[in-house]
Write a protein that binds this ligand. Sequence first.
Ligand code: ZN
Length: 96
Amino acid sequence: MGANYYYPSPMAAPVVCTKCGSVDKTKSFTPGSILLEIVAWCLLIVPGVLYSFWRLSARKRVCAVCGSAELVPADSPVGRRIHSEQRTDETELSTG
Ligand SMILES: [Zn+2]
């Protein structure tokens, strides 16, 4: 009866990419530009703070293989299905 498990912090759970099927291959993606952030800090402190805050709040976990943000938990029904599909692909691997 423990089927309704839910991770309180999804960032720490293993995930599967719904785009390419990669399992738990993620990286931290921070939008924006560090150069623009430095310029904003140099010109005025307030825009620098706001820009840094926006970048940090918009930071997300994306697939390290294809860059997709469409990730699902690896132990969810969708994640397990994608994982099993990946395995069948590997058995049908043909070289040449
Ligand atoms: Zn991917």
